[in-house]
Design a protein around this ligand. Structure first.
Ligand code: NAI
Ligand code: MG
Length: 353
């Protein structure tokens, strides 16, 4: 591919965020050296780090830099020291997703033979799992009106047809490139937003994607079936909160939440790429964080934002090679620290080229 320059805004955030974003930047820089691309990184504040420095979890200049970037790489936000405080780090992440129009959150999971014994679940159940969650990211209860009195509280869940349609189309398009199946997860037996969700998904399927197989599932039984028969799933399409919860559950299939990447995409403009885990304050600053979720998020950036397929494949092949040689971090029962794991992946990239 032709050589290009890419401006990447890095939002290290809190806890393990700075460690894992540093790891992914090192991997990107290595690939840039090999393929002749220039990846320029500019760090900005978000989350608790931003509250401490500026009083707000998302300074205006961070927001402006993200919108103007070619792509955004995020670590994680959140720290227990803000519990019970009026301004919380997590608000910065919700706001940047909304202001960048990032309505589709893609969370892939593959359980390779080399890693299937690392899962706490039975190998014969998880091995060969290859699924992709499409989580709606800018609607639903996380963005609804809130009320609070001394004795009651409410969170309003709202979806418009347009919000459901755009993430639904993205999920069906992805399914066409995969095994051609979408499982739409809702709670249509109880919730009105879910009934609108189901009607809308059914209509888009019939009108635009009749060649994709569509099944509907209720979120409670889907949570069970994901653990019992994960290989049956291809693309899972769901709303914001259900997707948040199910993707942490799904991470157990692969052995650790530290392995899972994500891409958050809008209809145009830069995407945002981050591991699905949080700031992991229990292991922050100790060289214990698994950097792979963030490194694979960088691979998703190369593929989805920069159309650099070969470069993305190189990262994924290097990660797989390191895992196959049983070099893993502590969360998977191994001994590697963040630094050593990153170095092993960089060495594997160099070995491939
Ligand atoms: P968490 O994902 O930070 O941690 C859950 C568990 O997984 C912890 O035991 C942690 O040590 C482990 N873990 C997470 N990432 C790991 C990695 N890369 N390598 C090895 N182990 C890893 O979730 P938790 O503890 O519920 O939340 C901590 C903070 O993070 C909270 O303030 C929460 O609001 C915030 N959070 C932020 C997110 C984000 O920035 N996208 C997402 C989820 C939570
Ligand atoms: Mg979550």
């Amino acid at each position: 591919s032709e050589k290009r320059n890419f401006n990447i805004v890095v939002l290290p955030g809190d806890g393990v965020g700075p460690e894992v974003t540093k790891a992914a930047q090192r991997v990107l820089t290595c690939l840039g050296d090999i393929y002749g691309h220039t990846f320029s990184f500019t760090e900005h504040l978000i989350g608790g780090a931003a509250i401490d420095a500026t009083g707000t979890p998302l300074p205006k200049e961070t927001e402006a830099a993200c919108v103007a970037a070619d792509a955004v790489l995020l670590g994680a936000v959140g720290d227990p020291k803000y519990d019970g405080k009026p301004v919380r780090p997590e608000q910065g992440l919700l706001t940047i997703r909304k202001s960048m129009g990032l309505f589709a959150n893609l969370r892939p999971l593959q359980v390779s033979p080399a890693l299937s014994h690392r899962s706490p679940l039975k190998r014969e159940i998880v091995e060969g799992t290859d699924l992709l969650v499409f989580r709606e990211l800018t609607g639903g209860v996380y963005f609804g009106e809130r009320t609070r009195t001394d004795t009651s509280a409410s969170d309003l869940c709202t979806y418009t047809v347009e919000e459901i349609e755009r993430v639904t189309r993205a999920a069906f398009k992805a399914a066409e490139q995969r095994r051609g199946k979408v499982t739409s997860v809702d709670k249509a037996n109880v919730m009105e937003t879910s009934r609108l969700w189901r009607e809308t998904v059914t209509r888009i399927h019939a009108e635009e994607f009749p060649n994709v197989t569509l099944e509907h599932a209720l979120v409670d039984s889907a949570a069970m079936h994901l653990i019992l028969r994960p290989r049956d799933y291809d693309v899972i399409l769901t709303e914001n909160m259900f997707g948040d919860i199910l993707s942490d559950e799904i991470s157990v299939l692969g052995g650790s939440i530290g392995l899972l990447p994500s891409a958050s995409l809008g209809s145009d403009g830069p995407g945002l790429f981050e591991p699905i885990h949080g700031s992991a304050p229990d292991i922050a600053g100790q060289d214990k964080a698994n950097p792979i979720g963030t490194i694979l998020s960088a691979a998703m950036m190369l593929r989805h934002s920069f159309q650099l397929e070969d470069e993305a494949d190189s990262i994924e092949a290097a990660v797989a090679a390191v895992q196959a040689s049983n070099q893993v971090t502590r969360d998977l029962g191994g001994e590697l620290g963040t630094e050593a794991a990153t170095r092993a992946i960089i060495d594997a990239i160099r070995a491939i080229h």
